[in-house]
Design a protein around this ligand. Sequence first.
Ligand code: ADP
Ligand code: MG
Length: 711
Amino acid sequence: MTTPEDIRHAQPLDSLSIQYIKGVGPRRAALFRKKGISTVEDALFFLPYAYEDRRALKAIADLEVGALETFVGSIFAAGPSRTRRGRLYQIIVGDETGRIACKWFRFKDAYFANRFGPGQRVVVSGRVGTYGLHKELHHPDIEPLDEDDDASEWLHGGRLVPKYSATEGLSAKLLRSIMDNVVEGYADQVEEIFSSELRREHGLLPLSEAVKTLHRPGDEEDLEALNRGTHPAHRRIVFQELFLLELGLARRREATQREARSVTYTGASALRRRLLDSLPFALTGAQRRVIEEIDADLRGPHPMNRLLQGDVGCGKTVVALAAACPVLERGRQVAFMVPTEILAEQHTRTLGRLVEPLGVRMGLLTSATKGSERRGLLEAAADGSLQLVVGTHALIQEGVDFAALGLAIIDEQHRFGVLQRATLRQKGYTPDVLVMTATPIPRTMALTVYGDLDCSVIDELPPGRGPIETRMVSVNRRDEAHALIRREVAAGRQAYIVYPLVEESEALDLQAATAMYEELRGGPFADVAVDLLHGRMKAEDKESVMRRFSAGETSVLVCTTVIEVGVDQPNASLMLIEHAERFGLAQLHQLRGRVGRGPYPSHCLLVAHYPLSEDARARLAVMAQTTDGFVIAEKDLELRGPGELVGTRQSGLPELRFANLVRDQQVLEEARRAAFAFLAEDPALERSDHQAMKRAFQRQWSDKVGLLEVG
Ligand code: ADP
Ligand code: MG
């Protein structure tokens, strides 16, 4: 006879509902689903967020002041009381050796109601403090114990106890019992994806062992490593997650390497020679090196797929243009894509100055390009007579056809996500692709978000740039900041005053920026040329404001973050950022990069409005300390934490559940090497002993199929 038990065992864990676990019925199953846990497999990978040391339970008399201690006792009295300082909830716990008070100063009545009464056995853990001569605990963890249940006593005390994040209806204690049932019943069945050789090579525990250890750590396990998430059992799971991620990236990369290029470029480019000769400066060593790296790609057998990283102002634009030269010379078209219209217009001006004298026909195509001008440009793109097209990403989304697109340059990639490349490919183009970003990406990020690209770095600024001094200014000393602006303007320099603009409160923010502009123009800057720039203005208005600022006709530009990326005015030497606390680090760095582009010493003034969160304070402190984009990027990663990385959400990559890119850098690099080597041996994941791996891979990348062509 087939029992329900057999049926359960025959089913793969990822389709076995959590409802069949002992202790879980339909009602609790619904609560689990709210936590994102619907199957037994989900539950097995619902890992404790911390562990508590209940190996050595102490007698109450032996509790040490200042230490984190755990003890078991019985409740003598429990209830709310009122003191001069307000309400508190107090529970007195005792054992044979003494009594101690546990106090909660912030509490919900509902939490304590009917849970704790005299005689109830409890396990308590927390830091021991003092009140006068007495020891006491404030806000400890406290859980009821069932007196007659030995198993429960063992499960919830007397060992390293896992802590699961509890929610309404699923208490920590209940979760622990249920999770113990899950592990007991199914941990042995989790599917291993790594061969024993691979595990040996990388020092990996078998998966089922890792899962068991994390849910039921033995007394001998390293508590600290468990709590830091660096235990070998964690490492095993993190490695697997990162391995599968990198495997996907390796496949994407491999897909580009299967493509053959339609034109190969050989020899020196006369056009480039003329371009470089016309520049008023010599390229930096880093710029020259990167151009060589690009040339090697252009001479290679496959389309280029390269990320160019370089801090703001390092000179990526000329490098991109140098890359475009051989392509243009061979009669291919180049698309130069930027995230905003303002930037597209600016690029058109700067690029135009450089390439039009060389006879290159270029055009600007954005959503603001209308009517016959638009039709003309579209025709010229389609018949190939338009050689260089600058535009926003609308360039590839809308119906723009190219006769022969040879190179796509995607500037300021962090605003785009990685999807653009996929879009290009879907339209049937397989151009060389150069992605440029000024957001310095920590190495770990580069290996994930851009893990399928080759990477070049410009790590040198052009010589002769003035230093930037950054400081915080409190709101009530804004006058001094304005005085500094007036001094700079009197010396012939220009300044930006930037307002934050967030989508949720866009209308209000715009109002604030506009009001401030009027106020400044009427008051402190009455005798100074001031302009206003924001994204809602008409394209031609924006363009004329930018033109006036570039020409030095306006001295102070009040603007929203539209100027964040790419705007280049070397004469600007001061930036005042209002509500600096509302910006992220990467954004502040981008903004600040608009000054310090000329030989003059520059200032960046961060006006912070109180109250400041701790995070905001930390961000502003980082800004005041360093102008090094890579240091800032690392700090950013640290402050944001792994859940919220720049770009990962739009990047079209699976989300990381276990890996922490700050903590797990080394694991990432090892997993990446392993994944690339693995794929080299079995590119289509065809080998019979790789089928479990293939399934896990397809599952992790399942909703990304469109991007990936998972085989
Ligand atoms: P980003 O890398 O931020 O895009 P840009 O390409 O806008 O930087 O360059 C910033 C400024 O530096 C521009 O005015 C550009 O003309 C100038 N520049 C670029 N390369 C050099 C160089 N080697 N020496 C001096 N100035 C340079
Ligand atoms: Mg740029």
